[in-house]
Design a protein around this ligand. Structure first.
Ligand code: PEP
Ligand code: MN
Length: 337
């Protein structure tokens, strides 16, 4: 339920109404704009009707939220959510934050070399998988805890905050110091995991499931938020369709749709979307053009020898060229990368 309070409503009456709603077991999420105060009510709202609320003289309007997601909905929270990671803002409408790095952390030399290169080209975050969700159990599974340590060394060397994937609840203690925790496409509907990361403070980069509808995607964000973590970044990384000429199909229209429907930042992963190196720069430009708040791009210092996803990884030189062009695309919209 969305409740808008009248301008200049008396403080005492506001407190009385709050108490009344809390007693009914409802939680109030307040959103204060310049002219309006809006409350999003969470809980069993069947215990109250909009008419009852409107009978209160400090209430301007009261409406049920039709969408099954509440806290993720823009109607609940009209202002954009801006996630600040060590001074890097994601979702502020001005910056398209670039996250770059290898699919997997392989060695100390590799991650430091890539981190330095992407930083020099203007990336704001270093990505790198330590725990890898591989289709085959015989493929490289990531360096695990050691990979996390190497990422932290690269962070220390470059100052770049790190983004890395968490696969299971028992790994959570290792991720305390991770700047952005990624929940991968394959875990998008691992509801127990979502509830647990919802109890953390770290921003969560939630990837869209391989065949997830937008509604399912947002319900997964809702799981994290309902457990208390409102710092969710949505990431489109391509979905399954009838065709397989690319690894996945990049759903660009989800960006404007999500920006309208939710207040959460939306980023795009062009690398996993297409799976083909030469196509990544073109899709990255398209992502900036549709208003993505950021991009996550795979970059490897030696893609031919990469232990994972080499065929879709840019070389540092290709990434550098791309960054120069992306800056120009962003500038058309009055933004920067
Ligand atoms: C990744 O980012 O390396 C990854 C495995 O992504 P996704 O979950 O989108 O497949
Ligand atoms: Mn990958």
């Amino acid at each position: 339920m969305i409740v808008v309070l009248k301008n200049g409503a008396e403080k005492q009456k506001i407190e009385e109404l709050k108490k009344n709603l809390n007693e009914k077991g409802l939680e109030i999420h307040e959103s204060k704009g310049k002219d309006v105060t809006l409350w999003g009510l969470v809980g069993d709202t069947s215990r109250i009707t909009p008419e009852e609320l409107l009978a209160n003289d400090i209430v301007e309007s009261a409406q049920r939220v039709k969408a099954p997601y509440k806290q993720a909905s823009r109607s609940f929270h009209p202002e954009d959510t801006v996630i600040d990671v060590k001074g890097n803002k994601i979702g502020d409408g001005k910056i398209c934050s670039i996250m770059a790095g290898p699919c997997s952390v392989e060695t100390e030399e590799q991650i430091i070399e890539v981190a330095k290169a992407v930083k020099a080209s203007g990336a704001r975050f270093l990505r790198g998988g330590a725990f890898k969700p591989r289709t085959s159990p015989y493929s490289f599974q990531g360096l695990g805890a050691e990979g996390l340590e190497l990422l932290k060394i690269a962070r220390k060397e470059t100052g770049l905050p790190i983004v890395t994937e968490l696969m299971a609840i028992n790994q959570i203690p290792l991720f305390e110091d991770v700047d952005i925790i990624q929940i991968g496409a394959r875990n998008m509907q691992n509801f127990d995991l979502l509830k647990e990361v919802g109890k953390l403070k770290n921003p969560i980069l939630l990837k869209r499931g391989l065949s997830a509808t937008v509604k399912e995607f947002l319900m997964s964000a809702e799981y994290i938020m309902a457990s208390g973590n409102e710092n969710v970044i949505l990431c489109e990384r391509g979905i399954r369709t009838f065709d397989n000429y690319t690894r996945n199909c990049l759903d660009l229209s989800i960006v404007p749709y999500l920006k309208k429907e939710t207040h959460l930042p939306v980023i795009i992963d062009p690398s996993h979307a297409c799976g083909i190196r030469w196509m990544v720069p073109t899709l990255a430009k398209a992502a900036v053009a549709v208003g993505a708040d950021g991009l996550i791009i795979e970059v490897h210092n030696n893609p031919e020898k990469a232990l994972c996803d080499g065929e879709q990884s840019l070389t540092p030189a290709q990434f550098d060229d791309l960054m120069k062009v992306l800056g120009k695309y962003a500038a058309v919209e009055g933004r920067t990368v």
